[in-house]
Design a protein around this ligand. Sequence first.
Ligand code: SDX
Length: 428
Amino acid sequence: MAKSATIEIDGQKFEFPIITGTENEVAIDISSLRSATKGIITLDAGYKNTGSCKSKITFLDGENGILRYRGYSIEELAEKASFLEVAYLLIFGDLPTQEQYEKFYNDIKSYSVVDDDVRKIVDAFPKSAHPMGIVSSLTSALTAFNPSSVNVNSEQEAYKAIVRIIGKFPVLVAWTFRKKHGLPLDYGDKNLGYVENVLKMMFKQPNEDYVQNDVIVDALNKLLILHADHEQNCSTSTVRITGSSHAGLFVSLSAGISALWGPLHGGANQAVLEMLEAIKEDGGDTKKYMAKAKDKDDPFRLMGFGHRVYKNFDPRARIIKKAADEVLDDLGIDDPILDIAKGLEKEALEDQYFVDRKLYPNVDFYSGIIYRALGIPTDMFTVMFALGRLPGWIAQWFEMRLNKEPIGRPRQLYVGETARPFVPIEKR
Ligand code: SDX
């Protein structure tokens, strides 16, 4: 591979270093471009060709459908790890020993109570409020109750901030769910495992014991792992750029939750279920929706399909599709929506429009079918995505701060009006 790239402009040549990553990805370092060329910049809407940082956390190979967290394959982690092990791996860089794992979870549990005044904020929301808006607000509000900003250079303070948010966030998720369903806010049981306690905090009915179902626990553990990180996606980039101004961890996470809410991003898992339900109501007429998805005059997109990076298959979608079959079978659920989803996938994979554009099912296409089988309502799907993505966002935020990255501030190409004099209103 060449050591540098040359750009020639009006006969003048400019050299820029070529750098290669540990997985042989290649980048041209253009950090000196504007100064060397006295003002010329690049333009790349949506950053489709532009790397924002160097990172050691997650590796994606979109052509070959590879996803690894700190070098471990998503397939192995989804099959063999617990969600908290993966959270530890993403944040601290290695899988924990038994002793490290136990300390991590015990420290998380010691912070898994939120200030009781948070209940007043939860109560202030109407039942009609979307859970993502509530969770984003509550996450930002945590700053009011834990005002000290994170001294990232203090390992102890950074660790405390990490276990604090990992302990409190599931409570915010559970309270958001319970508020909408008229259930008293609950803390679950700190003697349970992390995933088990999330389920109990969410679903325990006030007048009966909550009975754990291992199939549901395993399925949620797997889903949270599959969502835990995904390099520089929209919401993670939002967390990094928000934190680059040295805004606090909680408000950076709140910004990430808001970005994730969009239907083109994490909000797609809710949109997929709504789309599949609409197709079911339409008598299963998948062809009508395929035509809408291909019609340039129709804003409708086949939700859960396509990906900025994966151009062959999303490895997470493959794992989730297999798990959907297993979970519904184990729970004895016959959900016609799963058959509609499979039929839609088969049609799309044989359709030239989708083949030409390398559009395949992504992580959001099948995940909602499992969430629904676990008893999670559609408008909570993206909140569950956020619960899974939390450790990834934390890991990426700390990597950005510890690398002392500069404040994120892209340039632009101005194409507006050139200079013109002010005209008094009476003369306009
Ligand atoms: C997530 O980045 C990540 O890593 C995200 C994520 C993560 O873990 O963080 O993986 C999670 O966000 C998954 C994506 C969930 N979103 C959806 O399922 C929404 C539907 N998908 C699309 O909106 C779209 O595919 C995106 C947003 C996912 C990707 O968009 P790109 O890369 O900007 O591609 P594009 O919009 O430029 O589309 C290229 C072409 C266009 O057609 P042409 O103009 O070339 O003719 O493909 C078409 C698009 O119209 N297209 C689709 C389509 N997705 C792309 N057409 C119909 N249905 C679709 N779903």
